[in-house]
Every structure is written in structure tokens, then in C-alpha cells.
Design a protein around this ligand. Sequence first.
Ligand SMILES: Nc1ncnc2c1ncn2[C@@H]1O[C@H](COP(=O)(O)OP(=O)(O)OP(=O)(O)O)[C@@H](O)[C@H]1O
Length: 251
Amino acid sequence: MDTPTNPKAPPDRRPAGPKPPPGTRPPLALALTGVVRRYTQGQGALEILRGVDLTISHGQSVALVAPSGSGKSTLLHIAGLLEHSDAGEVFIDGTPTARLPDAERTRIRRMSIGFVYQFHHLLGEFTALENVAMPQMIRGLTRKEAEARAKDLLSYLGLGARLTHRPAELSGGEQQRVAIARALANAPRLLLADEPTGNLDPKTSDHVFGAMTELVRATGVAALIATHNLELASRMDRRVTLREGKVVELA
Ligand SMILES: Nc1ncnc2c1ncn2[C@@H]1O[C@H](COP(=O)(O)OP(=O)(O)OP(=O)(O)O)[C@@H](O)[C@H]1O
């Protein structure tokens, strides 16, 4: 890995918004209250989430460790405003989102949330640097600003010598590190990751997870990370699971 340097935050172009009254605690990065999600299956309905309550403070990292099919991806998609719940509320940075128009949900997602999936979903025709710079340019940064931030993040993740490589010219672990840099490029308030190292061999998984954890701590982003790996989960501030459709705290 390159020598880690604290990645510079990009200029914050979020609207200032009203100031909270003195003495008020800052809003949570994520709060889910009473979240329900059902899927219709033939004639019946399958209730996957049955009243999920979960709060994550700014700067806190939480591992979601639960069996296959228990609803981890469903929960992450709802928390990331990619899917609607059937009941309940999702607060992002204190803003209730369930009843917002889709365009506003998309805006909040772009501004405040970063995603890492099990498969990298990088754009094959673009370089590592371009893949990380692009979301920032969509958000309004100049190419120069976006590429400077992208270079910082990629160098922090040990990819300083791979900036002009396309995804097919990178190893699986390198591709996933680019995906992590891309998710954090817009300095989100919340990082959601769905088995981010699930496709990698144990050694690479350990290395990539370690790099991601370091970056999460360095940037102070709140993180909810689904993983099957208990050892990796032990590096997070908190561990939660899904039991009968509800989130339960683990020791
Ligand atoms: N669109 C859908 N329609 C019907 N059922 C669905 C749909 N999406 C998910 N499910 C069901 O919901 C349950 C939870 O799925 P989900 O993908 O959230 O689980 P998971 O915990 O992420 O699993 P894994 O660890 O295997 O990825 C599964 O039983 C799945 O079959």
C-alpha cells in the first residue's frame, strides 16, 4: 500500500440548511423506524422485514451479520433509498425520506450515500481515475477538482500506480478498492456495503476490508456493512443481525 495520507474532503456544496437550536444533538447519519418489507409470492406474501429499528451515528461503523436470505440486501436497498419500504420511515441525516418524490430521494442518495456491492460495477471503458472522478463531476466539481480527489483516495487505497488502468486490467481486490474509492468520492455521510469482499479470496478479502475500514475511520463516514465474516465484522464499532425480520444488536 502507498503511504496513507488523509484524503482531502472535496468542497461541500450541500445547501447550508437551518441551524439546529443550541444544545440539540446532531442528527443521526441513518435511522430506520418500524421498517416493513413484504414480497408477494404467488397468492401469499413473504414478510422479510417486520419492523426494523436501527440507528447509526455519524462516524460509527456497523456490521450486519446475518444468514443468507434473511434480508440484508433488502435492508441495505431500503436504507440507501434504492427501494421503498411498505411501512416505516428512513431518516438520512435527520431527513425523513419515505414520502419524498423520487427525484428528491435520488438527490439525497447522490449527495449523502455511497454504495459498495459484492461485484464492483465499474464502467469497463473508463480508467480507475475516471471511474472515481465521474460521480464528483456529476455532482458539479470540475474535472481537475474531481481527479485530484480521486487520486488522493486511490493512492490512500494503495492504487497510486494503477490510476490509468481499466477495470479489466486490475485484479479482483484492486477492482473492489476502486469501487470503495468511488463510493467515498462524494464524501457521503453514509456508506452502505453489501458483502464488499464476498467475491475475493480470504487473504485479499482481509486486505481490502482492512483498507476500507481505515478509510471509513479516516473520513469519519457512518457505515453499514453486510458481511458473513465474523472476524471482519469484529473490526466494526457495532455488530447487528436480523432475527425474525428485526434488527438485533450482537455483543
Ligand atoms: N423481488 C423479490 N421478490 C420476491 N422475493 C424476494 C425478492 N427479493 C428478495 N426476495 C426474498 O427475500 C429474502 C431476503 O433476500 P435478501 O437478498 O435481502 O437476503 P440476504 O440476506 O441479502 O441474502 P444473501 O446473504 O444470500 O445475499 C430472500 O428469501 C429472497 O428470496
